[in-house]
Write a protein that binds this ligand. Structure first.
Ligand SMILES: NC(=O)c1ccc[n+]([C@@H]2O[C@H](COP(=O)([O-])OP(=O)(O)OC[C@H]3O[C@@H](n4cnc5c(N)ncnc54)[C@H](O)[C@@H]3O)[C@@H](O)[C@H]2O)c1
Length: 324
């Protein structure tokens, strides 16, 4: 068995992108498990306030660093989440987005190889592009435009998967690749342009709710606590099984249904208004999670209504702070 890198016998864990939405929830759970956590983030979309509650914690450390550059640290496990995740953010500097996915993967894989430790990759349902099959299974290779405005993210993440699997085949690296579908919950960026945050902020501010197209396109929304359960189950799974595995909820809603639900929850007088569909916006996206059920015994549990209440409460706090 490999020696732990602390004298206390606990794991020292590196989380890249840990100041972001998913990363900060993951760190909470890793701290709960008794690990030491090193969060590495360049704060491009992340926010230190997501980690305020851990300031001064003896098992938590923050390092401002861009994963596009090599990192030399001693850890027992690596979680690679660094990457802007919403179109508004990843299209802001598309070259940097691809670099973050590709150079970031190379740097983190190099580190994992040097240390001989397990490494997790936060991949995405976007690797399926605008899918021809529905729901998407892991064996589907996807339908991705290589030169569109979403390509910096989609192709960057696809290339990162390639690198992970080549390090696995070529160097025997212990990798775990999760393909994450739409996730929502507290600490989402309020201006990330994703549907849940958009709708909640618009409804709470009493503004019209914008939907793209007629709102008949479907999405499946997984609550963040469920997703992190899936991350941990994957990272705890037996060595030699790299995935990729879909993590998300197969329960579908139309965008219009979601807008109506948010309006009902906030008691807002907002109206729903339609805008043209952006280019390359997939019309349908839903995971087949049979593999996660079978290999990880995982499936999401939190109903949309319950998750939305917690999420809307979080955004209510932000809107109230804006007004104060
Ligand atoms: N949230 C979702 O629904 C979703 C879906 C699919 C995949 N993912 C993946 O999960 C991961 C986390 O997503 P999120 O929703 O928490 O996004 P987020 O934007 O909240 O978090 C990403 C974090 O990475 C940091 N970051 C960006 N570029 C960096 C760089 N070059 N060096 C260091 N840090 C950098 C950001 O500052 C931020 O803290 C991403 O890799 C994303 O692609 C998320």
């Amino acid at each position: 068995m490999q020696k732990k890198r602390t004298i206390y016998g606990r794991k020292r864990v590196l989380v890249t992108g840990g100041a972001g939405f998913l990363g900060s929830h993951l760190i909470d759970r890793l701290i709960e498990r008794g690990h030491e956590v090193l969060c590495v983030d360049n704060l491009f979309t992340g926010d230190k306030r997501n980690l305020d509650h851990l300031a001064g914690h003896p098992r938590f450390e923050f390092m401002r660093h861009d994963v596009c550059f090599p990192l030399f640290v001693e850890v027992d496990e690596i979680w690679n989440l660094a990457c802007p995740a919403s179109p508004i953010h990843y299209q802001h500097d598309p070259v940097q987005t691809t670099k973050t996915s590709v150079h970031g993967a190379i740097n983190m894989l190099g580190l994992a190889k040097r240390l001989g430790v397990r490494i997790f990759q936060a991949s995405t349902s976007e690797v399926y592009g605008d899918p021809h099959i529905h729901p998407q299974v892991e064996s589907y290779w996807g339908n991705v435009n290589p030169i569109g405005t979403r390509s910096c993210y989609d192709e960057g993440k696809r290339c990162a998967e390639t690198l992970f699997f080549d390090y696995h085949r070529q160097h025997g690296l212990d990798i775990k690749v999760a393909r994450i579908f739409n996730t929502y919950g507290p600490r989402m960026h309020p201006a990330d342009g994703r549907v849940v945050s958009n709708f909640a902020m618009q409804a709470l501010r009493g503004e019209d709710i914008t939907i793209y197209g007629d709102g008949s396109q479907t999405r499946s929304f997984c609550y963040v606590d469920d997703l992190i359960d899936g991350f941990l189950a994957l990272m705890d799974s037996e060595p030699g099984w790299p995935g990729p595995v879909n993590l998300g909820t197969p329960r579908e809603f139309t965008i219009r249904q979601l807008a109506e639900q948010v309006i009902a929850l906030t008691g807002s007088a907002s109206k729903i208004v339609e805008q043209p569909l952006p280019s390359d916006d997939p019309l349908q996206r839903k995971p087949d999670i049979s593999l996660a059920r079978e290999r990880l015994g995982w499936e999401p549990k939190v109903p949309l209504e319950e998750g939305l209440v917690k999420t809307v409460d979080y955004f209510r706090g932000i809107v109230e702070a804006e007004r104060a």
